[in-house]
Ligand binder design. Structure first.
Ligand code: MYA
Length: 459
């Protein structure tokens, strides 16, 4: 077992936010939670107030109590998001918090930036711009708590993540220094149809918010967020989904990353994980060893002609979750068709009938290893969407691990969303030490969700 894993998340930057997170972890820690005996309801109805509500109410109360006025969320308090003070108030209706305004009333010109900075709409297909974005993120994006690792999204990944069907170039927003043209901040949105219970909502998925390390804590982030909001409004969309490692008002759910060592020696060498008590390196290597080839008959890479069958499979599966994307065939082709070094997808087709019965996928997100002599890059696979109807999910995911090991990934990560809890422990994933919070902008959910009620994975 991993005795400790450094979970590289969209992480903490403020000490007071650390306090929130700790408060949350305290109220959230249930000694029996996640034990192998405990099985999650895979098809939750999402209506009854549950543990996660109580945890969130506790969190909200603690946050309110612990903050002096000046430490409150000066920006987030002004935004149409669930506020901590409203947690537990079931008289508030679910759905949009603010109604759309007429498009003619949406501010037509960009928000003001501090002197010396200018907005730029990024053409991610331009090699030069993509290089600039890549470099900004590679040096300034999310790090783990101990600054040992930093996400290193590849250029091909960024192009994939930012150009789904119907994307808007105007939602790929950079900030440059006027004089030198150096890119110093970035934020993006992409359109998505996300179903919340019975309602399919046209939203923006916001990601890659990044401010250069030298420009931090100058309140540039709120300007970036307001500008992307304005540009989303201009396309007549009024809701958004996003994730962060920091606690903001107010998560719809809080998830945990789990890590499955594929290359335990390297993970231990670079400080990602530690040798367990009473474990030797050779016993650890043996513990995580996987078979040479996949086990399930009919397990193969997804191909373009599989798009209709995979779409049917995935739509049916995602309909069981409270919040999930509403994928059509174009979305499935974009998000799930394999791309080298970006997204891997496999399915099980019955050797007799060729019917597609099961599906699994993972995306590639390496991290830079900061300041290590021998290793520069940690190659990580992240579980994306998985569906099992005939092959047990455990067996399907074991095959996914075998493929990932074959492709030389060091670690396979998965959130405790959807039905993932049913395989994590048994397949020797260990819990990470960070949390990932999910948020909706301008859409209220009455009760916080359990991670297993969430059918959405953001990149
Ligand atoms: S999450 C990934 C975020 N990026 C990183 O963690 C990379 C490394 N860190 C940085 O680059 C900076 O620290 C960032 C903050 C840019 C994060 N989400 O400018 P400031 C609030 C939302 O002085 P800085 C991702 O990409 C903070 O609470 N808000 O701070 C999803 C405070 O507000 P308040 C955040 O450290 C992004 C204010 O910013 C986050 O220099 C979703 C301080 O600003 C965060 N991760 O810069 C964005 N971190 O006083 C929201 C801090 O109120 C989208 N803050 O507490 C909302 C939907 C918009 C579209 C709506 C359409 C309808």
């Amino acid at each position: 077992m991993l005795s400790s894993t450094n979970c590289l998340l969209k992480n903490l930057y403020f000490s007071f936010q650390t306090t929130f997170l700790k408060a949350f972890q305290m109220v959230d820690s249930n000694p029996s939670s996640g034990s192998p005996e405990e099985t999650q309801n895979p098809n939750p109805d999402g209506n009854a107030p549950v543990e996660s509500d109580l945890a969130l109410e506790n969190l909200a109360q603690k946050v309110q109590e612990s903050l002096s006025l000046e430490k409150r969320h000066k920006f987030w308090e002004t935004q149409p998001v669930g506020q901590f003070k409203d947690v537990g108030d079931s008289s508030l209706p679910e759905g949009p918090i603010e109604l759309p305004t007429p498009l003619s009333e949406v501010k037509q010109e960009p928000y003001n930036l501090p002197d010396h900075y200018e907005w730029v709409t990024c053409d991610i297909n331009s090699e030069e711009t993509c290089d600039e974005v890549y470099n900004l993120l590679a040096h300034n994006y999310v790090e783990d708590d101990e600054n040992m690792f930093r996400f290193n999204y590849s250029k091909e990944f960024l192009r994939w993540a930012l150009q789904p069907p119907g994307y808007f170039k105007s939602w790929h927003i950079g900030v440059r220094v006027k004089s030198s043209k150096k890119m110093v901040a970035f934020i993006t949105g992409v359109p998505a149809r996300i179903r919340v219970r019975d309602e399919v909502v046209h939203m923006a998925e916001i990601n890659f918010l990044c401010v250069h390390k030298k420009l931090r804590t100058k309140r540039l982030a709120p300007v970036m967020i307001k500008e992307v909001t304005r540009r989303v409004h201009l396309e007549n969309m009024w809701q958004a989904a996003y994730t962060a490692g920091v606690v903001l008002p107010t998560p719809i759910t809080t998830c945990q990353y789990w890590h499955r060592s594929l290359n335990p020696k390297k993970l231990i060498d670079v400080g990602f994980s530690r040798l367990g008590a009473r474990m030797t390196m050779s016993r650890t290597i043996k513990l995580y060893k996987l078979p040479e080839s996949t086990i399930t008959p009919g397990f193969r890479k997804m191909e373009i002609h599989d798009v209709p069958a995979v779409t049917r499979l995935i739509r049916n599966y995602l309909s069981h979750f409270v919040v999930a994307p509403d994928f059509d065939e174009n979305d499935v082709e974009h998000w799930l068709l394999p791309r080298d070094g970006v997204i891997d997808s496999y399915l099980v087709a019955s050797p007799e009938t060729h019917e597609v019965t099961d599906f699994c996928s993972f995306y590639t997100l390496p991290s830079s290893i900061l300041g290590h002599q021998n290793y520069k890059i940690l190659k990580a696979a992240y579980s994306f969407y998985n569906v099992s109807t005939v092959t047990p999910l455990l067996q399907l995911m074991n095959d996914a691990l075998i493929v990932a090991k074959h492709k030389d990934y060091d670690v396979f990560n998965a959130l405790d969303v959807m039905q993932n809890e049913t395989f994590l422990r048994e397949l020797k994933f260990g819990p990470g030490d960070g949390k990932l919070h999910y948020y909706l902008y301008n859409y209220r959910i009455r009760h916080a969700l359990k991670p297993s009620e969430l059918g959405l994975v953001l990149l």
